[in-house]
Design a binder for this molecule. Sequence first.
Ligand code: ADP
Ligand code: ZN
Length: 598
Amino acid sequence: MTDRAKTILGSVFGYDEFRPLQREIIENVLKKRDSLVIMPTGGGKSLCYQIPALIFKGLTVVVSPLISLMKDQVEQLTELGVPAIFLNSSLSNEEYNRNVERLKENGVKLLYLAPEALLTPRMLSLLSSLRVDCLAIDEAHCISEWGHDFRPEYRQLVEVKSRFPSATCIALTATATPKVQEDIKCNLNFDASNEFIASFNRENLFIQITPKNNPASQTIEFLKKYPDQSGIIYCFSRRQVDDLYEILKGKGYSVRPYHAGLSDIERARNQELFIRDDVQIIVATIAFGMGINKPNVRFVIHFDLPKNIDTYYQEIGRAGRDGLRAHCLLLFGYADIQKIKYFINQKDDNEQRIANIHLNSLLQFTETEVCRRMPLLTYFGEDYTAEKCDMCDNCLAGERKLVDITVPAQKFLSCVKRTDEIFGANHMIDVLRGSQSQKVLKFGHENLSTHGIGKEYSRKQWFHLARQFIQKGLMEQDTKYGGLKLTGKAYDVFKGREFVLGILEEEHIEDRKGKGKEYDYDRVLFEKLRKKRKELADNAGIPPYVIFPDKTLIEMAAFFPRSEESLLRIHGVGSVKYKKYGAIFLDIIEQYYREHRK
Ligand code: ADP
Ligand code: ZN
């Protein structure tokens, strides 16, 4: 049976190898044992029921909460030549009836349904006249009140399960908390089930955290590294989204906003433009991303601090689903912590306690000097033992040497003292670097003896130093207004009784180094292939990645396949796609080869 699965993986999907746990899960499903699958976003959950669906004689019913996700999956499967349909209110009567006919003729392998659609008597009676071999429950955390997206209809799925005793059940989610896992198993009545919990380590994500000083220009600097690439920028508030959107638009970027203040139509349109590669960048509040499956998101920027690690991980998880390198940048500002604390203080006692625990885990992650994956994966209950991942800023910064930072500490602390311990780090750094900003002049701070005594360090370096002064207990930040105050320990440093050892950040961290499974490929040919893909996609009314993912085009532009056999060896090219598009892409490659490789 697994041989069949492996063959299908290659011939239909065009992939060489299973991702971790896929093989084991598929075997379990084929043995008709219930399975609970916990895998991070982009881990490859869908294949775990799609391949068995192609092997089972009967039907696989997939329950999914979002119409956009269903549509996306059905489009992708149809392109692969897999008979898959969905039935929902977005279809015309005619289309709906045609799909029902196909079902009755046993012409369908996968049927996608929203839970409420599955639960209608009409649907249940239709299904009971068919052979159902598998019930796949996607986004299974919707079953649990402890999850972030509880949906009551999910609770009734257990009745559906009992109506089809010969069908096996597979529940899938990216939510890792044990409480939610327990709820899923309990609600679905899983007894002899098997659990498959994949590692949450997404090796292709480069993780970087940078002190936030001038976020808009930091963002623009970052974007220069990724011209014409797709990415998402997450902001805290709608207003921030609108502001940043205007700035980026003004700079000529291909960008759209996304937040709850826009009309449904506008939001859907902006999302669609992004998915179809017509727009490269989305600036969004956390509301963006649930329903998208776009594999070639090359970067995610957190313009503001996320609420907790769960949210953060889910959001960066939207990058690099195709397995290629993707860059995740978080701009870390102390003022953001104040904002989050402000919201926490509005909650009741118990909620405050939980929210503070979440915030502290997040801060442990942002402040760490060791590999970022360490606190992150520990949070998800994993035992991460590698010393270095080579895919985070800390690992690439090399050995951090502790140096004597007593002098900058004295400068900074005395500046805090002279400005009466009511200002934040931003203003301190302005004074130290000799700024003539309005705020400096307004308070007469250009006349202080500390004005301009810290020009030897960049703003970025000063921010990093200030963070260390707080960590080392030399000063504290007022939780309400963010002003910095000295502690008793600070006075020992003034008087030269205490030395301060710490890290002086280098000006530039080389963040393009490190692992990343990228090939050296021909960019001109890639662009030609990409243009053709876009043209085909627009004609067919589907997103470009449904035709081929970027990785396929990159491999084409690296290996120059010039025959059926060699094209079939390229990632993402199965037999059906070969028949549909093989000749078109081979032509372009052949022509390009002749022109350039004589
Ligand atoms: P999830 O639902 O877990 O977020 P998906 O099922 O959408 O992840 O898979 C993410 C991407 O990885 C998809 O583009 C999918 O086609 C691809 N993928 C899945 N399994 C494999 C594999 N074994 N080899 C290569 N690519 C894969
Ligand atoms: Zn690391």
